[in-house]
Design a protein around this ligand. Structure first.
Ligand code: AMP
Length: 180
């Protein structure tokens, strides 16, 4: 199964992704994690990405598409994309790539969480891009760039909205219901 999770930073995508990939035996691909690994390793790509990430903005489409392309074509058991695509251009590039290998996206889950809940969660998490100014910036970027994916995938008949507020196990259950 090939799944995309769409949700604002702090909506709980990472936590739920772990549960889904474990249950379905598919690969978890999180562009944020891949980028943080590049930063930690001090690569040229990581150095370029760090200031953009700390400012709460999106790293260039070329960089993230390159990371995804290098990995996705090797996956045979399905995958879950977490934090990618982040804008319409990335979604179109992903569709084109998956069409080439005849492995289209099956389902898109949109995590719906009120921004006030998100803010409390992120301030408690304490990552280097979890200060108040960056959180606000990431919220704006999400609304402007990522939220339109909801319509993009709804038009493809693939999108289900799941409330991301509440207990972790209850949210997981709602996701599994949406996936069948
Ligand atoms: P995340 O862990 O998904 O919240 O991502 C952390 C940061 O990495 C984001 O605020 C962006 O700066 C960058 N990032 C992650 N995924 C993408 C993507 N698909 N496109 C552009 N930038 C991304």
């Amino acid at each position: 199964m090939r799944i995309v999770l769409v949700g604002a930073p702090g909506s709980g995508k990472g936590t739920q992704s772990e549960n889904i990939v474990k249950k379905l035996g598919i690969t978890h691909l999180a562009t944020g994690d891949l980028l943080r690994a590049e930063v930690a390793a001090g690569t040229e790509l990581g150095l370029k990405a760090k200031s953009v990430m700390d400012a709460g903005q999106l790293v260039s489409d070329d960089i993230v598409l390159g990371m995804i392309k290098a990995r996705i074509s090797k996956l045979e058991n399905g995958f879950l994309l977490d934090g990618f695509p982040r804008n319409i251009n990335q979604a179109q590039a992903l569709d084109a790539l998956l069409e080439e290998i005849s492995q289209p996206i099956d389902k898109v889950i949109y995590f719906d969480v009120p921004f006030e809940v998100i803010k409390v969660r992120l301030l408690a998490r304490g990552r280097s891009d979890d200060n108040e100014a960056t959180i606000d910036k990431r919220g704006i970027v999400f609304e402007q760039e990522t939220y339109p994916l909801l319509e993009y995938y709804t038009l493809q008949g693939k999108c289900t909205t799941v409330s991301g507020a509440g207990e972790i196990d209850q949210i997981s259950e709602n996701i599994f219901k949406a996936l069948v």
